[in-house]
Design a protein around this ligand. Structure first.
Ligand SMILES: [Zn+2]
Length: 85
């Protein structure tokens, strides 16, 4: 499955077979520095799954959105808005 909206740019690995995951995908997966990931290979494709993509405040994995590249759930967003009033 190709990520909708991702720039159609090829990426090269370096000498250690490392590559940069585009920011659009990092945000979509809630990947931040230190996030543990799991790799799977299926039918010649590599899948990367974040192990702890939960809300940075409550740990919920429901209703997540990226805020400055970090996952925050809808409940914590609403709580922050109420607290700011
Ligand atoms: Zn939360």
């Amino acid at each position: 499955m190709k990520y909708v909206g991702l720039r159609d740019v090829e990426h090269c690995t370096d000498n250690c077979i490392r590559f940069v995951i585009p920011v659009e995908l990092r945000q979509a997966l809630g990947l931040t520095p230190g996030t543990k990931v799991q790799f799977e290979v299926e039918a010649g494709a590599l899948a990367v799954q974040a192990q702890n993509p939960g809300c940075i405040f409550c740990g919920s994995r429901e209703d997540l959105a990226a805020h400055h590249g970090r996952p925050v759930c809808g409940g914590c967003c609403r709580d922050a808005v109420v607290a700011a009033r």
